[in-house]
Design a protein around this ligand. Sequence first.
Ligand SMILES: [Zn+2]
Length: 401
Amino acid sequence: MNSGYKILVVCVLSVGLLVAGCAQGLIDLGDSLSTFGDGLYSLGSCLSPLEPIELNEVFGKAPVIAWADGMTEITDAAQPDVQAFLDEKLGEDVTPIDYRSLRFQQIGPLSRGEVIRVEAMSDVVYRVALYDADYKLIPAGSLHDFTGQRRTLEIPIVRDTPAGYLRLDLRFLSETNQPMIRLTRLGVVSRPEPREQTVMLNFGGQEDVIFRSGYLIPARVGTIDDPVIRQIAASQFRSVYAPYNLTVLTDADPPPPEPFSVIYIGPAELSTYNYGLAEFIDSRNAYPDDIAVVDTNQPALDIARLLGSETFGRAIAMIAAHEMGHLLGLEHVSDPDALMTGAQCQGTGADVERMLRRQLKRAPIILAVVDLQQWVVGYQDAAAELLGTVGAAIVTGTPND
Ligand SMILES: [Zn+2]
């Protein structure tokens, strides 16, 4: 079995020194954990990004795609200008392996409402991302495919842009294993209306937690028995998502008839540093029944635990809220004060409070860390994205009544 299709979101907490760095991982997703590597934990770099390389510099050197009848195919043709740029920017002592798997393409002007279909015909391509002329990521999620076959992604263009830029992240590249991508312009397709979503916070334990990708997370999540922790966690989680049309239940509630997401919260013994895992980044909430896990056993949470049930409950709620963001299509950002932070941060125990203040906000997306350098590859406006996906909270009841 090709391990390249493990689709997983990994959250990392480097503590004693707190901060939730949530490094999204492994294969399918953006800032892959493997590019961070274990050594990253010692960097503590999220508070002082080092010489970000803006996308405009590299995209300007990318080759231009030629469309034929609204279609084009991309293979691994040489990108000498891009390569020369990276060589110069990143310095001679950077191992090429860190960036040789990146490809950049210019794809010309795009119009609001049209949809670009991306088909990845080889497993070398594990991620495709499209940016507009302002180098802002056009949300589209990942190349989900649970059978390991051809993966298709349809990217809706949300505004006119004089230029689109494509980034490919490759894996397992070799002489015999080459990337193959087909792009097709589908014309104008209207974006689906926002759709409400229900999530159940499950504190009651679960014996068999299995991700669709087949990824072997710990199959068993234990229970949280403290009613204060349960209540505070649910309350904090609800407050984070209060502006949005997300119904939050717990395992004390009867399961709703409609499909719903589940976040299993309890001692799960995820691997060290992973204190939460989401099934995948579910772009625009295509899968209303996806799942995530929060591991309350992580040593990373010891400080919060020492501060009492209330702080602990709030802390695990923030982790759950981060995972929920992934289940609703949000990617990692680099701002340590953003709920969707994927940066590795360090600090002191006082950072528990900082973690509890994290928000769903507009923030830069980091592609990767290469030799201490971070790349800003776009921006994610988490609140706007959620409003477009699930819509605004519906106020029930009549005031003054
Ligand atoms: Zn994450």
